[in-house]
Design a protein around this ligand. Structure first.
Ligand code: SF4
Length: 391
């Protein structure tokens, strides 16, 4: 008999007994009562309870893991770990465990597709994986109900573990998150450019969440708050208003054309192709942006420093008046300019090979265009950038 059974029998005998994931074990006037979705047994002696529990050991070890091993572990961590393995996450507004069935119904709604313990265990024995941004978390269970977690880059789902560099300390994630694949500094932790090549093969629950939080700071608490309906969102207007010197300049963006500029900011920076967070901030309380916030697993609650810094720059640029220039381009040259902008915006320039001269953003094609159209000062079509004198 495992010590999980000793703990469970003790817990069943005290107070309200045990109730988790379909398992109920309590002591009443008739003795012990044991309920699972498959059977209800009552009037049991302690020995009878132990015997019955041995027949539903998955339920017993599951209870032991969540109640005793994780125990007082913070509610956010617990919620995240339960989400990872597809268990019902208690994200209702009432966390004091007062046994109010109404709250549990509300939770059940949120996790209507949560799997039963035997289903979960079947899946966990093979490994259950979830994506979190560009991270892939895989949970497994051993014969004692102990979970362990593997963390790797989501793009390397099929990579052989031995071919990845193994790490064990959550803080190692800090270094791994600093540079992208090409060795460039990543200013945005949630940027969609996390490098791979590493694995945390065997983390406990606490270390898993710490590692995830090192890759994506505050992602778990914000996700948790959102589930509880408590995410505190700061919209663009308020976020910008707090930036010294920003408000007056940014106001120039709002002249007559609504929030179009902010739509462009969101499209440029917050798109799923650029950032793994799901943008929840909008223009203000009343006006949503016209751009989709994305499908990220965890929310973004306010414009980040990268977006603010970029907006400062755009604000200055957008303050300029337009000019009319006259160049002559062949249709293919016009399309080539468009292809170059697309390739840079989608970070595809490195993928376009020298030999690929059908690509507008091919290096030789771009050099040819420059040789043909730029003058010695680098002016397109030989047309100076300065505003031409008015007549
Ligand atoms: S503001 Fe946009 S780019 Fe910045 S973290 Fe949020 S979603 Fe990502």
């Amino acid at each position: 008999m495992g010590h999980h059974l000793d703990a469970l029998v003790d817990a069943a005998a005290t107070g309200d007994g045990v109730s988790l994931d379909g398992l109920t074990a309590v002591h009443d006037d008739a003795g012990f009562r044991l309920e699972t979705p498959d059977a209800t047994l009552s009037g049991l002696t302690e020995g009878g309870l132990r015997e019955a529990l041995a027949d539903c050991d998955d339920y017993a070890t599951n209870w032991y893991f969540w109640s005793e091993v994780l125990g007082e572990s913070g509610p956010q961590r617990r919620a995240f770990l339960r989400w990872v393995e597809g268990a019902r996450v208690d994200a209702g507004g009432d966390d004091d465990g007062d046994g109010d069935g109404g709250d549990n119904d509300a939770d059940a709604d949120a996790d209507a597709d949560a799997a039963s313990v035997p289903e979960r265990y079947d899946a966990l024995r093979d490994g259950v994986s979830r994506e979190w941004g560009q991270l892939l978390v895989t949970a497994t269970v051993d014969d004692h109900g102990e979970r362990s977690y593997e963390l790797r880059h989501a793009d390397e789902v099929d990579a052989d573990r031995d071919e990845l560099d193994a790490y064990h300390e959550p803080l190692a994630a800090r270094q791994l998150a600093t540079y992208d694949e090409k060795g460039r500094y990543r200013p945005l932790k949630s940027g969609n450019n996390l490098a791979g090549g590493w694995v945390f093969p065997d983390l406990g629950g606490r270390d898993l969440v710490e590692t995830v939080e090192t890759f994506y700071p505050a992602s778990v608490p914000n996700w948790y708050r959102e589930r509880r309906g408590e995410l505190d969102v700061t919209h663009w207007e308020d976020a910008i208003g707090r930036q010294t010197g920003m408000y007056s300049v940014v106001k120039t963006w709002n002249r007559g054309d609504g929030h179009e500029h902010v739509d462009w900011v969101a499209e440029a920076c917050c798109d799923d192709s650029q950032c793994v967070k799901r943008r929840e901030w909008q223009y203000d309380d009343d006006a949503d942006l016209d751009v989709d916030g994305g499908d990220g697993a965890f929310p973004c609650r306010e414009p980040c420093s990268v977006v603010i810094a970029a907006s400062r720059k755009w604000t200055r640029l957008e303050g300029e008046d337009t000019q009319t220039y006259e160049f002559e381009l062949t249709p293919s040259e016009k399309e080539q300019v468009e292809a170059i902008v697309d390739a840079v915006a989608d970070d595809r320039t490195d993928d376009i090979r020298e030999a690929d001269v059908y690509e507008g953003a091919n290096r030789y094609r771009a050099r040819f265009l420059r040789a043909k159209l730029f003058d010695d000062e680098g002016n397109l079509g030989g047309v100076p950038t300065d505003a031409p004198d008015d007549e």
